[in-house]
Write a new protein. Structure first.
Lengths: 115, 113
């Protein structure tokens, strides 16, 4: 497996502001993903973070709201822009290790509360 | 629309019993299946993967796959209170981006001492 860290672990933000979440892995990975998990719900994929190119967004998620960067094989950021209380959620990054096909490993998550 | 269905529970079992968690899926072409455990307030943890019909055992955990009936299950033997968590079934979203997984809504397991 790999050690995956996320920063910040939690934050309380005011509506209308933006927050950037960082995901760092201690080894090279092939795929990186960003998920959202709302209270009591399962995981919803936001986008696939592609190294050196634009992220691939799932239906219902747009780049203007959730810009994503992945400058190298071990680091990615997700920004939640112009936040509203509906964005209050846990945001998780996950990775697929080199040599694996679909097994995803998750970071510890970022708990975001928007007031 | 690919779907992964799980009974949301809660499933309550006494300590020492066998907990049986089930998952059905709609995509008959699915080849890989994963079970994640998620403790309250924590992120999902991969505990089992299974690719072939039959059983796969890892300690107290056994994953069972029946592709003809399109279900995968997770058995936890000698259940412990520390097994109390939500268990998520997942499988690849073959029509989506490479590596994507589709997650079920999860079954909440409670093991009573």
């Amino acid at each position: 497996s790999a050690v995956i860290s996320q920063k910040p672990s939690r934050d309380i933000c005011q509506r209308g502001t933006s927050l950037t979440i960082q995901c760092q892995v201690d080894s090279q990975v092939t795929m990186m993903f960003w998920y959202r998990q709302q209270p009591g719900q399962s995981l919803t994929l936001i986008a696939t973070a592609n190294q050196g190119s634009e992220a691939t967004y799932e239906s219902g998620f747009v780049i203007d709201k959730f810009p994503i960067s992945r400058p190298n094989l071990t680091f990615s950021t997700l920004t939640v822009s112009n936040m509203s209380p509906e964005d209050s959620s846990i945001y998780l990054c996950s990775v697929v290790l080199q040599g694996a096909s679909y097994e995803q490993y998750f970071g510890p998550g970022t708990r975001l509360t928007v007031t | 629309q690919k779907e992964v269905e799980q009974n949301s529970g809660p499933l309550s079992v006494p300590e020492g019993a066998i907990a049986s968690l089930n998952c059905t899926y709609s995509d008959r072409g699915s080849q890989s299946f994963f079970w994640y455990r998620q403790y309250s307030g924590k992120s999902p943890e991969l505990i089992m993967s299974i690719y072939s019909n039959g059983d796969k055992e890892d300690g107290r955990f056994t994953a069972q796959l029946n592709k003809a009936s399109q279900y995968v299950s997770l058995l936890i033997r000698d259940s412990q209170p520390s097994d109390s968590a939500t268990y998520l079934c997942a499988l690849p979203h073959y029509g989506g981006s490479q590596g994507n997984l589709i997650f079920g809504k999860g079954t909440k397991l409670s093991v009573k001492p």
